[in-house]
Design a protein. Sequence first.
Length: 504
Amino acid sequence: MDINEALRRLQPYFERIPSVERPIGHVPFKEKFGWTIAILLLYFILVNIPVFGLDPSSIDIFAQYRAFFAGATGSILALGIGPIVTASIVLQLLVGAGIIRLDLTNPDDRAAYQDFQRFLVFVMIALEAFPQVAGGLLRPNLDVANALGISPSILSFLIFLQLFIGGVLIVYMDEVVSKWGIGSGVSLFILASISQAMIVGLFNWFNPQGGMPPGVFPRLIWLFQNYPLNYLLSASGLVILIIDGGILALITTIIIILLVVFAEGTRVEIPLAHHLVRGARGRFPIKLIYASVLPMIFVRALQALIVTSGFALYKNGIKIFGEYIVTPGGSAVPISGLMYLLSPIRSPYDWIPSLLKDPNRNSLAPYFADMPDWLIYTHLLVDATVLIVGGILFAKFWVETSGMDARTVANQIARSGLQIPGFRKSPQVLERILSRYIPKVTILGGAMIGLLTLIANMLGTVGNVSGTGLLLAVSIAYRFYEDLTRERLTEMHPMLRKFLGEEL
């Protein structure tokens, strides 16, 4: 029995996995907006609920990826959207490689794909939570275990159970937003997480260790209070202001935001007309960032999976792939070998040798003091290749599996009664015209997003949200604005819902 036959036989069981029911008919804008805000508030509440019984010395192997995984270290939502993203990556690779043969333009195959993906998400929740608990990364608090009169192993199981419940809640919260709210739940959680990190990165004045505040604006005030003005205006002082003071990160953040907004507004528009309603015309936009920036999550998630797997091997005495150091914040950072080369660049302190090796600026500098400069630049080159090539590949996978390919879009346009003026009404004609643009724009957009992510990571971002996180936040905010505009428009003009393929 091959994997495809096995999936067919298991399909009836996958369908029984509980899911949020889709609304029957049109959901009013106010109700959609209400559901979206309610889920957002619930998300902020849950990320502030700590895991009961967790030891403060626990290691968070995904700490460096929290911004775009929409999780919070030590909370019941610590896994964030990680299992959803990982399941999607695994399934896209299996379908893309032909191991699972599904025609995603076929409604039955698409339904099978979605049912199996939901099952795979629950598997990934367990697979991401259990190794962290069983492997001793998330340790039980022995004082709590003794106070409750239970063994540490039972407390470990309770920690796993809390993480699993948090992961399940994220799945169903995403479904509520996707079916009853506005946009996507995954996108909403990413936007909320990154926006919060950026606000903290701008205004946070509290540093538990004393010294320079972590927020950009408090940091600049602190510098002007503690250094003479003539020194800050000197060459060495300007370096401190621009790099250590966060001015470079602030400028980079602003420029990247403007570039992403420009790219989101750059598009090729295909004219459309309705064959029954005279004068009813519209346009189908093919954006420069056609696949959105969500495929970049897949690239970083794949990197995170590789680097964290390397740490698991390192903890078990297998050091051939590189050595790691655990920071005071509980983050595992590779400092040598293949895992170092595959780890992402996050700031100038990761690829400029003088900054990487400066103990006054980088707490990990002693571990890189003897590293040759060529290896540091090779690290940058590897990350650039991963981002750009990975951006192209995952953009193509995303377009094919999310129903954004030329054939699926052509069928959707044809079913809505629209056609291109001057051409006969046929899905095949629409597909041939769309095929001139969609594949090329997908590749160009994937490469562009990878390049923008690389530049943002090289120069640093506000709140250390990483280039991936910043691009995601801006793109999601822009598309959320477009979704709001469309919802308001279809609410005022119900006939538009028919043209857009929605139910009346």
